[in-house]
Design a protein around this ligand. Structure first.
Ligand SMILES: Nc1ncnc2c1ncn2[C@@H]1O[C@H](COP(=O)(O)OP(=O)(O)OP(=O)(O)O)[C@@H](O)[C@H]1O
Ligand SMILES: [Mg+2]
Length: 700
């Protein structure tokens, strides 16, 4: 069977070959992608998604045995009432289902059953996630530089950026900030268009969009869908869920997948849907928008509306005989339509086409995943973007720098010119411990901003913008100037005011010690953010962990007195506080002499105080203590990398095991087995995809 590989030429009109479209095509060609000639055929068979319930209630089927396909050069609309499973279908196809649901069935990409890898699908989700501190143009520009091939000239990239801005109608707000918690930015509709612009920049082979027109007026919705149609016409496969489109917008779609409660009401050419409804006995009134009519037929919420109307005093207002919807419950209409579709010629056609598309085995396209930019360019662009974000976000560092200055002045005045008397020994110890062990605790304050940045990272990572290592490195490089600034301001205020041990090298050590502590806390919070991606829970967890580290730092209980199991070994060794305080004491006290308790006695040397009064051994120098802090810093950053990578690699594996076990358990339940997804189909037991083909399944 010959498969048409690019259907763009013969279906519908192109976008008049605008400059940016040509540049975008060139971008793809530069990246070594042969996508203009070959597209991606996506087929799904008997796709079922269940929400297991091991309690008393029944297991909920979110999608029930769906069959369908998407072809390059065409744009498909997924329509259905709210909660019908549109997002779930898109998530299943993109391999991004949440962990608590189980999927069964086949998803074939160009005839091959495989999991959608990171970057294989460009997905515009329902929620808009982007950096609020950047302008629209900046967001699009950074995204372009992160992903377009390094070989492309600057002018070509600029053409693509400007072309996309025009295409999405963003000229007027191009230089306005997106907006965040303290900045009112662009409108919701504009944000949605920016999200789409970010994805269509690179003309992805597979483009999924979840309600791209929500919040847009009808003209804007029309332009957006027209643009998506143009993308499709370039041989791309575009699938979009859509809520109640206007008739003009609906006419732009080639195919339609109509869902209700997770079941197929109609799948086929969009323009044939009206015919199907007429054949089924529910013709679309002449002056009604077809999409409104379809949704009116299948949205069972209307039953409640009708019941309320009938039950109310305005019963006479209800036109009962003329309107079939008043006489039949929507649930019944829906059930009739589902049944009619199963037996229809459309379902048969779809099955035949699926059979054809299944046979294109070997036609696996060289899927170009993710970014075309070099590692170095990604690092440069990401570092710059992250730095700009940190500069503009008040809560990221500026607020903290101000607080550090204020607290430093407080410390400086409380311990002002602490001196060399016997009582100043305790004062110096407390002050040094406070600055290096506790003041650094304030670094926890940047956590909410970091969580926001992480959300952007997760979205961009799934869409294949860049790798985990690039992100971690760029984050560290961009934060470096701020961390240095915090350390220098703190030490420059406290050292001269308190009059710690004089000497430039001591000042440098003091600064480095603070810098290392702050960096360690930041890295620790990153690890926590990757494990607990909720800012309130993250702050509570972070505060708890840092609290334990403080307890074992040697200030509240001398290191030598800490209970040996657990607290001394290993907690105090992996606690940044103990190394920071040891280094700070050695830096300040060694070489100084203090007045004795009883006047006339020998002066107390710094060595004596450190070993006998503070319980610290002098078997290694303060520089070793500092090195230990940097080792802890590297360990945390590596742990952050491992956690992110582990989540990416291992979670599908765990998901597969979970799915297998869940299906085994569910199959034992008669209530689960009894519900046939397609009565007309031969009965097939549910197989987890993993059991069919190792881990090479799209199961997530
Ligand atoms: N991970 C999940 N856990 C529990 N329930 C889920 C999950 N995912 C989806 N659902 C449920 O499945 C149903 C379909 O959800 P889905 O988000 O796919 O609907 P939708 O058609 O996209 O709706 P909307 O138009 O409002 O976005 C809903 O009832 C939802 O509560
Ligand atoms: Mg949805």
């Amino acid at each position: 069977m010959e498969i048409e590989t690019s259907s763009g030429g013969n279906r519908g009109s192109r976008n008049g070959g605008s400059d940016w479209a040509a540049a975008a095509k060139k971008a793809v060609a530069h990246g070594g992608d042969d996508g203009l000639e070959r597209g991606n055929y996506l087929v799904w068979e008997d796709l079922t998604v269940v929400l297991p319930n091991f309690g008393k209630g029944p297991t909920k089927r979110l999608l029930n045995g769906l069959n369908g396909y998407a072809e390059p050069g065409r744009i498909m609309a997924i329509m259905g009432p709210s909660g019908s499973g549109k997002s779930t279908l898109l998530d299943s196809l993109a391999g991004r289902l949440s962990k608590n649901v189980v999927m069964t069935g086949n998803i074939l990409l160009n005839g091959k059953k495989k999991r959608m890898e990171i970057g294989a699908v460009a997905y515009v989700t329902q929620e808009d996630v982007m950096l609020g501190t950047l302008t629209v143009r900046e967001n699009i520009s950074y995204s372009a530089h992160l992903r377009l091939p390094t070989k492309m000239k600057k002018e070509e990239i600029t053409d693509i950026i400007e072309g996309t801005i025009i295409e999405m109608g963003l000229q007027e707000c191009a230089n306005r900030l997106i907006g965040n918690w303290h900045l009112r930015g662009i409108s919701g509709g504009e944000k949605k268009r920016v999200s789409i612009a970010l994805e269509i920049l690179t003309r992805p082979r597979l483009l999924f969009l979840d309600e791209p027109t929500s919040g847009l007026d009808s003209a804007a919705a029309f332009f957006v869908v027209q643009t998506l149609r143009n993308v499709a016409r370039d041989g791309r496969t575009v699938i979009s869920s859509i809520h109640q489109p206007s008739s003009e917008v609906f006419a732009l779609f080639d195919d339609l997948f109509l869902l209700s409660s997770g079941e197929t009401v109609y799948f086929g050419e969009a323009k044939m849907a009206v015919e199907f409804f007429a054949e089924a006995g529910f013709p679309c009134p002449r002056k009604r928008n077809p999409s409104d009519h379809f949704l009116r037929c299948i949205n069972s919420d209307f039953d409640i509306v009708t019941a309320t109307l009938k039950g109310s005093q305005r019963i006479s207002d209800v036109p009962n005989s003329s309107d079939p919807f008043m006489n039949l419950a929507t649930a019944e209409i829906k059930a009739m339509l589902v049944e009619k579709y199963r037996r229809s010629v459309y379902a048969r056609r779809a099955k035949d086409r699926i059979k054809e598309l299944r046979c294109i085995e070997g036609h696996e396209t060289k899927t170009k995943k993710g970014s075309g930019a070099s590692w170095w360019k990604q690092l440069k662009t990401l570092t710059k973007r992250s730095f700009v974000n940190m500069c503009r976000d008040m809560g990221y560092y500026w607020l903290r720098i101000i607080i550090y200055i204020v607290v430093s002045i407080c410390v400086g005045t409380i311990y002002f010119d602490v001196g060399y008397s016997y009582t100043s020994i305790l004062a110096r110890g407390a002050c040094g411990a406070f600055i290096s062990g506790f003041m650094t605790f304030m670094s926890i304050g940047g956590f909410p901003s970091f969580i926001e940045e992480m959300k952007v990272f997760y979205k961009e990572r799934l869409n294949g913008y860049y790798g985990v290592a690039v992100y971690i490195l760029s984050n560290f490089l961009s934060s470096l100037p701020f961390l240095v600034a915090v350390a220098i301001t703190t030490s420059s205020i406290t050292v001269p005011m308190v009059k710690f041990r004089p000497g430039f090298i001591h000042y440098v050590f003091f600064t480095l010690n603070i810098f290392a502590c702050i960096s360690v806390i930041e890295s620790l919070m990153m690890v926590i953010a990757s494990l607990v991606p909720n800012f309130l829970m993250g702050i509570i967890t972070g505060a708890g962990v840092i609290g334990i580290m403080m307890m074992t730092s040697g200030f509240f209980r001398l290191l030598s007195d800490l209970p040996k199991p657990v607290w001394r070994y290993p907690i105090s060794f992996i606690s940044y506080g103990s190394w920071a305080i040891q280094g700070a004491y050695k830096n300040d006290l060694l070489g100084l002499e203090f007045d004795p308790l009883i006047p006339g006695d020998h002066k107390l040397t710094g060595e004596y105080i450190i070993t006998h009064m503070l319980g610290i051994k002098l078997d290694h120098s303060k520089w070793w203590d500092l090195s230990a802090l940097f080792v802890i810093l590297i360990c945390y950053r590596t742990l952050f990398f491992i956690v992110l990578k582990f989540k990416e690699r291992a979670s599908p594996l765990f998901q597969t095991i979970y799915a297998k076990r869940t299906i085994e358990k569910l199959e034992k339940r008669p209530s689960f087995r009894k519900i046939p997804s397609f009565p007309s189909k031969r009965h097939q037991p549910l197989h987890s995809l993993s059991s069919q083909e190792g881990l090479n399944s799209p199961l997530h």
